[in-house]
Write a protein of this length. Structure first.
Length: 95
């Protein structure tokens, strides 16, 4: 990404650190997951949210730091939601 988008090291650090934002609010995501009764469908939607930003980035549409940060944050959010959903399904199966 450094060479393709031609990011400076400070911009690259901002892009990569934006991936941690969804994980910082994971407990709040857990609250919304607990009231969602369509967990399997939400996992599929989250999977699309994980993959689609990377497809967009691969297509070459992204040319600066802000859209790259948005794509990586969206993908991380999808992964975080999937992780919370999987934890919720595991807890219901164990009970």
């Amino acid at each position: 990404m450094l060479t393709y988008i031609k990011l400076q090291p400070s911009e690259y650090a901002m892009v990569i650190s934006s991936a941690g934002i969804p994980w910082a609010v994971k407990p709040l995501i857990g609250l919304f997951v607990d009231v969602n009764k369509y967990k399997h469908t939400a996992i599929i939607i989250s999977g699309v949210l994980i993959v689609s930003p990377w497809v967009i980035m691969y297509s070459g549409v992204i040319s600066s730091a802000a859209p790259a940060a948005l794509c990586i944050t969206a993908s991380s959010l999808g992964l975080c939601v999937t992780d919370v959903m999987a934890d919720a399904l595991l807890v219901t199966k164990v009970r």
